[in-house]
Design a protein around this ligand. Structure first.
Ligand SMILES: [Zn+2]
Length: 125
């Protein structure tokens, strides 16, 4: 898999999850509210600058914590909400994201962690 293609797909996936979160929490029908827009820009810039794109799958398990602490909390809340719902809204994109994860050993561990966390947060609702 081409690293730049993977990078672009990762950005699309994150943008989509933020959009799901914003629609549910901030009542936007089109586009993002200013707060989520700023988070989306931030995440996009982090992914654009990610030096580990070729080997990693999910930012949540990446050993390089490149997010500033406040941003990290924001994105974690967004992922907890939007990650599981992503499967309902965009099953193909989610599948593609998960398939990327299977390509590395770290990715396989990440996949199960990701999955367990997703299931837990769905049940907690
Ligand atoms: Zn929002």
């Amino acid at each position: 898999m081409d690293v730049e293609k993977k990078r672009q797909q990762e950005q699309e996936t994150v943008a989509e999850i933020i959009a799901i979160y914003c629609r549910a929490h901030h009542g936007r029908r089109e586009g993002l509210c200013p707060q989520c827009e700023s988070l989306a820009r931030y995440a996009e810039a982090r992914i654009a600058a990610c030096p580990r794109m070729a080997v990693k799958s999910f930012c949540s398990v990446c050993p390089v914590h490149c997010y500033a602490p406040a941003r990290r909390q924001e994105i974690q809340a967004v992922m907890r909400y939007g990650g599981p719902r992503m499967l309902l809204h965009h099953p193909l994109m989610t599948l593609r994201h998960m398939m990327l994860g299977w390509q590395t050993r770290l990715g396989r561990v990440a996949f199960f962690r990701h999955w367990r966390q997703s299931n837990r947060s769905v049940k907690a609702k």
